[in-house]
Design a protein around this ligand. Sequence first.
Ligand code: AMP
Length: 371
Amino acid sequence: MSGKPIAPGGTVGILGGGQLGRMLASAAAEMGLHVHIYCPDENPPAAEVAAHYTRAEYEDEAALIRFAESVDAVTYEFENVPAETARILSEHGIVRPGPIALATAQDRIVEKNFMKAQGILTAPYADITDETSLKDAVESIGCPSVLKTRRFGYDGKGQAKIASPEEALAAYDEIGRQPAILEGFVKFEREISVIVARGIDGQTAAYDPVENIHKNHILDRTLAPAELPKAVADEACAIAARIASELDYVGVMGVEMFLLPEAGSKRRLLVNEIAPRVHNSGHWTMDACAVSQFEQHMRAVCGWPLGHPRRHSDAVMTNLIGDEVNEWERLATEPDTSVHLYGKAEARPGRKMGHATRLYTLGKRPPVTPS
Ligand code: AMP
């Protein structure tokens, strides 16, 4: 891996054209970099703010090679980049983060095995390949538990809860009898996440842990910072940094964790999953930190020094899902609130259309109760 930074004037390729790509492209532009978006969709939100856009399939080898050769480094804004696509790109250029991180994050079993090998706690889990392994796992892990497809799950999709052993087969049918993982259902107190960055020199920088509140399996609000004892917050950041280091990661990563209610114990944190990319629970950094997660990712990918992850303000980030985007005009009248819209034409239910971040003086964020 080259240690020479990609200087202003250079070009970063981004695989994927959604809102994460759009915010990465805007951050790159602020750094004097050019961005080339590669995406199979028509009119992707990211292309609107990028210098170059290739519309092609992720399986189009010739287009991928042209793309890799036209940029100084390639990164991505979604984790389900096909392995073959990543292989072709890395044969023809620099890809950051690298293939180990992708392979680990794409498969829930590989991900959990990785955590186990690191001594990092997770929910109890078992590999499900057929009805027999499912029956055995339900017996050993117990109920309630949750059955998840190993691959391609997001926002609660590809998941089915199992309240009692009799429901196991129906849950298996519900997820299409795909290769799966059974996880013990964790009685967590809160869900938190850490956005961590790792540079090409191995330095890491973690933003303070935040609390995430979900509605209909989709992130609704992020509270920054999460209210945690310092030892727990430090432990969460240390876990995230260790994961990034062990994966030889370059870029920004989101690490989702469950906080268990045992007060005072250091072993209160279970890792749920990692996202090898910028993360929705890091959007607040755009307004509450000198260097946002998007700039931080571009800095890491380009071999620049990482920015300091400290906050100048506390924040509450609220996602605008579907019709909620119609609130933009009212939100724009709110003091200390920044409204970010993704330029998507159609506000379908469940679609992330934008987000709003309200800033508070450090230490003055009001407690927010789940809606
Ligand atoms: P995931 O796609 O794994 O992030 O799961 C989506 C959401 O489902 C999480 O944010 C949790 O709210 C919930 N969830 C997932 N796995 C578990 C588990 N093992 N125990 C309890 N809740 C879970």
